[in-house]
Write a protein that binds this ligand. Structure first.
Ligand code: KIV
Ligand code: NA
Length: 283
């Protein structure tokens, strides 16, 4: 079982083979993703929202990310493993970014990182790639870490000035040495135009079919965020490829009912023996 590297990702891009990425946050999720033979597993800072119950990604810390990334690394044997650099870990200075990216590799066991942001992050990405030697994926379009300044989660590139800004950011990040770029919630025609303008692959989410690859959040694609009093619904760009939430709910309700009705455990689920002789000695 050979590990996928960024050279394999580059080769897929050259050969126009779509790149498939999915998020994971735990050991079993990583095992599932790897068994499904996806190319890239991302420990997204969406961890904050889908696993930790926060409303935005700004609440996840580097220590949270390291803890979950190590667990994912134990289950991810084949896919390229990337981790998000969370809010505030790369913005304060290039020195801070290099220190925090080092921790994500050494303590989180990621093979590379994803850094959110436009052309202002280019010097940081350049230093990570060329000084530290760590592969960096960029992330433009909807940038959840900029929730505050942008006033919510909104599509990006829906007017001419935003479209021009997106293209300029994408070109700057490519020049800085990013090996790929996530385009999140961008109109499909713009995502296609940006993809055509770049040498490096684009990985779309809510960006249509014209990108070099796709990424979805594990819980969204597996249909797990379907709890009735859970406010976060499946995003409208996400196709649900499974109904895991409904299946887990069914199993738990069946279990509870069986226990209440003393239908579980039956004798076949009571496997341990106390031999008759020992039983008599016990008295
Ligand atoms: O955090 C995340 O899950 C992401 C993907 C949606 C690209 O950044
Ligand atoms: Na993210």
């Amino acid at each position: 079982l050979r590990r996928i590297t960024i050279r394999d990702i580059q080769r897929m891009h050259e050969e126009r083979v779509p790149i498939c990425m999915v998020t994971a946050y735990s050991y079993p999720q990583a095992l599932h993703a790897d068994l499904a033979a996806v190319d890239i597993v991302l420990v997204g800072d969406s961890l904050a929202m889908v696993e930790l119950g926060h409303d935005t990604t700004q609440f996840v810390t580097l220590d949270d990310m390291l803890h979950h990334c190590r667990a994912v690394a134990r289950g991810c044997r084949r896919a390229l493993l990337l981790a998000d650099m969370p809010f505030g870990t790369c913005e304060t200075s290039t020195a801070d970014a290099l220190r925090n990216v080092t921790r994500m590799i050494q303590e989180g066991h990621a093979h590379g990182v994803k850094i959110e942001g436009g052309k202002r992050m280019a010097p940081v990405i350049e230093a990570c790639v060329h000084s530290l030697g760590v592969a960096v994926m960029g992330h433009v379009g909807l940038r959840p870490q900029s929730y505050s300044a942008r006033g919510g989660f909104r599509a990006f590139g829906t007017n001419a000035s935003e479209a021009a800004e997106l293209l300029e950011d994408a070109l700057a990040l490519q020049e800085a040495g990013a090996f790929a770029l996530v385009l999140e919630c961008v109109p499909a025609r713009l995502a296609t135009a940006v993809t055509t303008a770049l040498r490096i692959p684009t990985i779309g989410i809510g960006a249509g079919g014209g990108t070099s690859g796709q990424v979805l959040v594990y819980h969204d694609l597996c249909g797990m965020m379907t709890h009735p009093h859970h406010a976060k619904v499946t995003p409208k760009f996400c196709k649900r490829f499974a109904e895991a939430g409904a299946e887990i709910h069914r199993g738990l309700v069946d279990y509870r009912t069986a226990v209440k009705q003393r239908r579980f455990p039956t004798a076949s689920y009571a496997p341990y023996q106390l031999p008759d002789a020992e039983w008599e000695r016990f008295g």
